[in-house]
Design a protein around this ligand. Structure first.
Ligand code: PMP
Length: 401
């Protein structure tokens, strides 16, 4: 008998499990709107042209070797990543108050940042929005932080519960860590306005709450890299400290390459370099050093003006296609006379629409229409195309009537 026979089967991941179920469905009309991965109008995964070009350049460069990177990753990549999120003229970068380490995409960056905080920060509580990306509570709990929530979404208005957010952060113990989605909040697609961000910033600074930004969608929300970094830049402009986890999964389509970065903005260059020395102690026993290929692709693109411009054009095309899917779905529901106010579909931001459909309605749509999505009613707009919108609209119409 196996010494592991007592091991109980774990449930599938609530998001990635949707794809597992989808793959098993033989229906020709099946539609996977679960995982947040971009698809073309033809329903195919997309490798950006500029990424292909960068890869070709890397392959052709015979001087490139496969040696280990340093513990903190590719120096050039780290520098360019900080510039991308904080802005080329960021005083924090100029004053050397930022340390950036290459990590395994957004998830790995969050994990490294959280493990550092659990070891070295005086407050163990991290407040995460309710709801949030399902991996957040697990990452932070396993890192040794104590996870609390703050109100974020109001199902009645399908918008931001701003009053609840201010109350909950206002009553959080001084110094608590607060997880903020830099843009395109997942799963709700609801972001604070710039005025609301400013109020959040003032409240957080007045209570010495430590911002930990999760930036998984820079450029993907609005199509503009600068606009989608505004929240982060507001918190850096005031001279205060913050953490930022960046992912290149969506905005460069590098999902499986696992490219990301953790930046810590500190008050002084001396503190930043000490923080970096401790980040190395977190990374070394975790994965030793990060992979070289994806970071080299990113660095190749970010450092060359023409390639950078090409990237922004391809990025905007992805963002625009998603936005056009919102309008198409909204119009299709209106054309069917589907009961209810569906304006949130065009108001929400980023990859997802938080439809407001409940888990029974989702189960019905999967059973009767072979449409796969998370049970909270979140659909990935990037998985839709002009051809599949009518099928989805039929399913939603049938589910609510
Ligand atoms: N944060 C949020 C809010 C996300 O939606 C995602 C991707 N689903 C991530 C982080 C991290 O993804 P990755 O590790 O693939 O970069």
């Amino acid at each position: 008998d196996s010494v592991f026979s007592h091991v109980v089967r774990a449930p599938e991941d609530p998001i990635l499990g949707v794809t597992v179920a989808y793959n098993k469905d033989p229906s020709p009309v099946k539609l996977n709107l679960g995982v947040g991965a971009y698809r073309t109008e033809e329903g195919k995964p997309l490798v950006l042209n500029v990424v292909r070009k960068a890869e070709q350049m890397l392959v052709n460069d015979r001087s490139r070797v496969k040696e280990y990177l340093p513990i903190v990753g590719l120096a050039e990549f780290n520098k360019l990543s900080a510039k991308l999120i904080f802005g080329a003229d960021s005083p924090a970068i100029r004053e050397n108050r930022v340390t950036t380490v290459q990590c395994l995409s957004g998830t790995g960056s969050l994990r490294v940042g959280a493990e550092f905080l659990a070891r070295h920060y005086h407050q163990r509580s991290i407040y995460i929005p309710q709801p949030t990306w399902g991996n957040h509570p697990k990452i932070f709990t396993l890192s040794g932080l104590s996870v609390k929530t703050y109100r974020y979404y109001d199902p009645a208005t399908r918008g931001l519960n701003f009053q609840g957010l201010l109350e909950d952060l206002g009553s959080a113990p001084s110094g608590s860590i607060v997880l903020l989605h830099a843009c395109a909040h997942n799963p709700t697609g609801v972001d604070p306005t710039l005025e609301q961000w400013e109020q959040i910033r003032q409240l957080m600074r007045s209570k010495a709450l430590l911002p930990f930004f999760d930036s998984a969608y820079q450029g993907f929300a609005s199509g503009s890299l600068d606009a989608d970094a505004m929240s982060v830049r507001m918190f850096v402009a005031d001279g205060g400290e913050c953490f930022v986890a960046q992912s290149y999964a969506k905005n460069m389509g590098l999902y499986g390459e696992r490219v990301g970065a953790l930046s810590v903005v500190c008050k002084t260059a001396d503190v930043a370099s000490k923080v970096e020395s401790q980040l190395k102690l977190v990374i070394r026993p975790m994965f030793s050093n990060p992979p070289i290929h994806g970071a080299s692709i990113v660095a190749t693109i970010l450092k060359d003006r023409n390639m950078y411009n090409e990237w922004t054009i391809e990025l905007k095309a992805m963002a625009d296609r998603i936005i056009s899917m919102r309008q198409k779905l909204f119009d299709a529901l209106r054309a069917r006379g589907t009961p209810g106010d569906w304006s949130h579909i065009i108001k929400q931001i980023g990859m997802f629409t938080f439809t407001g459909l409940n888990s029974e309605q989702v189960a019905f749509m999967t059973r009767e229409y072979h449409i796969y999505m998370t049970s909270d009613g979140r659909i990935s707009m990037a998985g839709l195309s002009s051809k599949t919108v009518p099928h989805l609209a039929d399913a939603i119409h049938a589910a609510v009537t």
